[in-house]
Design a protein around this ligand. Structure first.
Ligand code: C2E
Ligand code: CA
Ligand code: CA
Length: 499
């Protein structure tokens, strides 16, 4: 980058000097008395001006060529130049016995910086990012800005091992903050690495592979790198296909809710239900949430989906409350995704939904998985406390699967702890699960919270849980997730009106 800049600069000043000398010679010719040596000055001056014009034009041509190949903001190679260099490297690799490896870098949270601090700060940040990246490679390597906040590096005769070295250096360097217009900004990277094993792979394919690896790294969380494996490509394709279909599903309203009863362990009486989403595709196939919720979370589509779930569940709960007003109303549990918790407006939105449905907020329980709670403790805690002011109940879902410290439970404004299926599954056969489950139940009760055992499938599991003092359960042993009509039939059985 700097090299090309200086070269251009030197030549630029040379033609300007020619111009000056040429005009001086011409000026002298004009002011000096005519004849003799003065005549020579005219020719020398004209000659120098011609040279100036030629080199000036050459510079202009170079400038145009430069613009076509370099990113104007960062002065790094652009996508076209990068693709060209990559092609050459791949073509020449077998002949020279060289390896070709590329890294694709994507900034996390760049959009937020742009939105919050404005484009001028965003631009400055990109320039700084470019500079930092260049510092982490050798001068012979090519660093490019592919567009937006995506960068790429082509390492000259290096393999995956060297690429990993560069990736680690980059991640280390990006842990330091950027100082942009007095703002201290932190930005981290996701890096994908792909190596071309032979000359048979095209430049486009190699970039695409590095991209796929980068997305895998992104999913792994903050500041990570990943090396391409062939199966990533299939995963990316599938995910893309699914996200396109999901978008359509939202527009066409292809979702329904099923409800799984939450019952008392002892009597099996229904006290509430958990709303579980189902996607009925146009061909009538039902897709399990386990297959599309992760994609919906990655693409952000989970936000409109869960907004609909919350609305529909509240409406349904209120409808049952009215229909079976002669029996104690049941509770409604709704799953919440991380994305919702990260949205500053979540409390307002939930409040609006509850008000519109007319449901008593005390009937609504929001379930949040433990792993999500543990991720960003302080930020999440603030949102949970805010949600609690609405008068709703909060449950920790899948408890025992995260890195939960039981002590941490004391700080959370939760009402219910749902003991994960894996504990229940092993409770009868293995004593370690039993011991753990006992510990959890004891502490939870000590804190005055409610426990719900998840995934109860057999009578012996029920007996063990009951012995531990667990009061509520959910599982195939009692009832599977069912359509709304089936829930209504269940409620009708325990209603005095129909009895
Ligand atoms: P979850 O919240 O832990 O929901 C319980 C899951 O366990 C449900 O799977 C349910 O069908 C299943 N299950 C219940 N009893 C048993 C049992 O006895 N044995 C076994 N093996 N499984 C049992 P489902 O409906 O496939 O949902 C999977 C996950 O998808 C849910 O796990 C939840 O994390 C997520 N999910 C479901 N609906 C929604 C939703 O509306 N929004 C969001 N964000 N996530 C949802
Ligand atoms: Ca749940
Ligand atoms: Ca669960």
């Amino acid at each position: 980058m700097t090299e090309s800049r200086t070269r251009r600069g030197v030549r630029g000043s040379v033609w300007r000097w020619y111009l000056v000398v040429g005009f001086v010679a011409w000026g002298l010719y004009l002011v000096l008395p005519r004849g003799g040596p003065t005549q020579g000055l005219l020719y020398v001056g004209l000659g120098i001006l011609v040279v100036a014009a030629i080199s000036g034009r050459k510079e202009l041509e170079e400038k145009i060529a430069h613009q076509a190949l370099y990113d104007p903001l960062t002065d790094l190679a652009n996508r076209a130049l990068f693709a060209d260099r990559l092609k050459q490297a791949i073509a020449g690799a077998p002949r020279h016995g060289r390896r070709v490896v590329v890294l694709v870098l994507d900034l996390n949270g760049f959009k937020a910086v742009n939105d919050t601090f404005g484009h001028s700060v965003g631009d400055q940040l990109l320039i700084e990012v470019a500079a930092r990246t260049v510092q982490c490679v050798r001068p012979s390597d090519t660093v490019a800005r592919l567009g937006g906040d995506e960068f790429a590096i082509l390492l000259e005769d290096a393999g995956v091992q060297e690429a990993v070295g560069v990736a680690e250096r980059l991640l280390e360097r990006f842990r330091e903050s950027f100082d942009i217009e007095g703002q201290e900004l932190f930005i981290d990277l996701s890096i994908g690495i792909a190596e071309c094993p032979s000359g048979s792979v095209g430049a486009e394919a190699l970039l695409r592979d590095a991209d796929a690896a980068m997305y895998t790294a992104k999913r792994a969380g903050k500041g990570a790198y990943e090396i391409f494996h062939p199966e990533f490509h299939v995963a990316v394709l599938k995910r893309f296909e699914l996200s396109t279909d999901l978008r359509r599903a939202i527009e066409h309203g292809e979702f329904v809710l099923h409800y799984q009863p939450i019952v008392t362990l002892r009597e099996g009486t229904i006290t509430g239900v958990e709303a579980l989403i189902r996607w009925i595709r146009q061909d009538g196939r039902m897709v399990s949430p386990a297959d599309f919720i992760p994609v919906a979370e990655q693409t952000g589509l989970i936000v409109p989906i869960d907004r609909w779930v919350m609305k529909e569940a509240c409406r349904q709960a209120r409808a049952w409350e009215e229909e079976f007003s002669d029996r104690p109303p049941i509770g409604m549990s709704v799953n919440m995704s991380v994305r919702q918790l990260q949205d500053a407006r979540v409390t307002k939105e939930v409040q609006k939904t509850i008000q519109e449905s007319g449901l008593d907020p005390a009937r609504l329980t929001l379930e949040i998985t433990e792993s999500v709670l543990m991720r960003e403790v302080e930020a999440t805690l603030a949102v949970l406390n805010e949600l609690k002011t609405l008068g709703i109940r909060l449950a920790i879902d899948d408890f025992g699967t995260g890195f939960s410290s039981l002590n941490y439970l004391r700080r959370l404004p939760v009402d219910v702890v749902k003991i994960d299926r894996s504990f229940v599954a092993g409770i009868a056969s293995q004593s370690s699960e039993w011991t753990l489950a006992r510990g959890i139940v004891r502490l939870v009760h000590e804190l005055g919270l409610e426990t719900v055992a998840e995934g109860v499938e057999r009578a012996d599991q029920r007996a063990h849980l009951q012995a531990l003092g667990c009061r509520l359960a959910q599982g195939f042993f009692f009832a599977r997730p069912m359509e709304p009509d089936a829930v209504a039939a269940l409620l009708a059985k325990t209603s005095t009106r129909s009895a």
